[in-house]
Design a protein around this ligand. Structure first.
Ligand SMILES: [Zn+2]
Ligand SMILES: [Zn+2]
Length: 382
C-alpha cells in the first residue's frame, strides 16, 4: 500500500470525513489542520477525479479518491452481510406484532401446548415454529442431527434419544433428518455466500453394497465453504459439470483459479462451465498430479483433516443418500466451528452469520417461517 492509499484508508475509517452526495459525487474533508474545507470527488468515464491540488497538479490518484473507494468497499461489504437470528418468541409469527395473548391449549397425541392469539392480525399460533406435531422436542431433534452429522452411529443416536425418554424407530429418526435437511436446503440455497477466487474440487470414494461410489465436492479455499456436491458411479469418466454449474448458480460467480487433481473429467467440466473465450476473464485450471502440491503444510493438514471427517460421516451413512450428504454439507458450512478457522464456521467467513446457541434451531425456524411451513398446517411425520 502506498502513502496515499494508506491515508485514504484512514480517512475512510472516519465516516464524518466523507459525505455522499449521490453514487457519483462525494465530498472528502481536507486533512490539513490549518483550514476546514471539503474536496469534490466525482466519478467520470475514466474514473474518479478530485479537485485537490495533489490530483489536479500531479495527476495522481490522491488520498481523497482512495478514501471514496475504500468507503464504497466497506459499505458494499456491510450490505452483503447476512445475519440469521433466532426467531423471537415474543412476536406474532405472521405480522411480527408484540400484541399477543395466551388463548387455550392445543392437545394432540404428543402432548399439549400453549396457544396464543395475535390481537393485531387475529391469527393463532404456538411457539413451536418448524416442530409442530413432532414426537420429540426441537432440542432432542436437533441434538440427534448434531450427533449424526458429527459422526456418531445411528445406534448411538437412538441410545441418546432413549435416555431422553423418546422411543422412536430408526425410520423416524431418518425421516426427521430428511425433512429438516430439505427444509433447510431450500432456505439456505437462496443465500449467497461471499467467497474467494480460488476453488478446489476433490473426490472421495466409498464402497456401497459392493459398488464403488464417488462423492465430489467443490470447495472455496479461503473460507472452506463447501459450495456444491455431486454423487457418481465412475471415477474419471462421469460428467461432473453439474456440480460446477450449481456452484456458479449459488455464488453468482466463477473462481479465478480452479484446482483439481489430474482426472480428465475435472478438465472437461472446467471447459464446459468455467472456460471463456476471452483470455482476460478466463479462470485458470491448475491440475496437480500430487493434488496438494500448491499448499503449505498447515493448509494441507487442514484440508486432509476435513476430507477424513467427511469420509467418516459419509461412510457411516451406509449408502450415498443425497439428503443426508446435503445435511452434512449444511453441518460443515453453517454449524460446525472449525479449529483451523479460529473457531468460526465457513459460512461466517463467507459473511453469513447464524446466531443463537443452537444453530440448527435458528436455521429451521427461519426456514419454516420463510417457506411457509407454518404453525397452522398439519406437519406429518412417520
Ligand atoms: Zn484529492
Ligand atoms: Zn399478528
Amino acid at each position: 500500500m502506498n502513502y496515499r492509499e494508506q491515508s485514504g484508508k484512514q480517512i475512510a475509517e472516519r465516516p464524518d470525513h466523507i459525505k455522499r452526495i449521490d453514487d457519483n459525487w462525494y465530498q472528502v474533508k481536507s486533512q490539513s489542520l490549518s483550514y476546514d474545507s471539503w474536496y469534490d470527488v466525482v466519478s467520470t468515464e475514466t474514473g474518479f477525479v478530485c479537485d485537490c491540488p495533489d490530483h489536479q497538479q500531479r495527476k495522481v490518484k490522491c488520498k481523497h479518491i482512495y478514501a471514496v473507494e475504500f468507503s464504497k468497499t466497506i459499505r458494499d461489504e456491510i450490505s452483503k452481510h447476512v445475519t440469521i437470528s433466532p426467531i423471537s418468541t415474543q412476536n406474532c409469527p405472521s405480522c411480527n406484532s408484540e400484541n399477543i395473548i395466551k388463548k387455550g391449549i392445543r392437545k394432540n397425541r404428543y402432548g399439549s401446548i400453549q396457544k396464543y392469539t395475535c390481537r393485531d392480525c387475529g391469527k393463532w399460533f404456538v411457539f413451536n415454529l418448524g416442530f409442530e406435531k413432532m414426537r420429540a422436542s426441537p432440542e432432542a431433534i436437533t441434538s440427534a442431527m448434531q450427533l449424526r452429522f458429527s459422526g456418531e452411529s445411528l445406534r448411538n443416536v437412538m441410545t441418546f434419544l432413549k435416555l431422553q425418554g423418546i422411543e422412536v424407530s430408526y425410520v423416524t429418526v431418518h425421516n426427521w433428518t430428511k425433512k429438516y435437511v430439505s427444509l433447510m436446503q431450500k432456505y439456505l440455497d437462496k443465500i449467497t455466500p461471499q467467497l474467494g477466487d480460488k476453488w478446489r474440487a476433490d473426490e472421495l470414494f466409498l464402497k456401497v453394497k459392493g459398488n464403488m461410489k464417488y462423492l465430489y465436492a467443490l470447495m472455496d479455499d479461503d473460507t472452506r465453504y463447501w459450495i456444491a456436491k455431486q454423487v457418481s458411479d465412475n471415477k474419471y469418466k462421469d460428467d461432473i459439470s453439474k456440480m460446477l454449474r450449481d456452484g456458479k448458480e449459488l455464488t453468482g460467480k466463477k473462481p479465478k483459479t480452479f484446482i483439481t487433481d489430474g482426472a480428465a473429467n475435472f478438465h472437461q467440466a472446467y471447459m464446459k462451465e468455467f472456460w471463456t473465450r476471452q483470455k482476460e476473464t478466463r479462470p485458470e485450471h491448475i491440475q496437480h498430479i500430487h493434488f496438494k502440491g500448491d499448499m503449505n503444510n498447515n493448509k494441507m493438514e487442514r484440508i486432509n483433516g476435513e476430507i477424513r471427517d467427511r469420509e467418516k460421516v459419509v461412510r457411516g451413512l451406509k449408502k450415498m443418500d443425497s439428503p443426508l450428504i446435503e445435511g452434512y454439507r449444511i453441518y460443515h458450512n453453517f454449524v460446525r466451528p472449525h479449529m483451523a478457522l479460529d473457531g468460526k464456521t465457513p459460512a461466517e467467513l463467507a459473511k453469513i452469520t447464524v446466531e443463537g446457541r443452537n444453530k440448527w434451531l435458528t436455521i429451521i425456524q427461519n426456514a419454516s417461517k420463510v417457506t411457509g411451513v407454518n404453525t397452522y398446517n398439519e406437519v406429518t411425520t412417520t
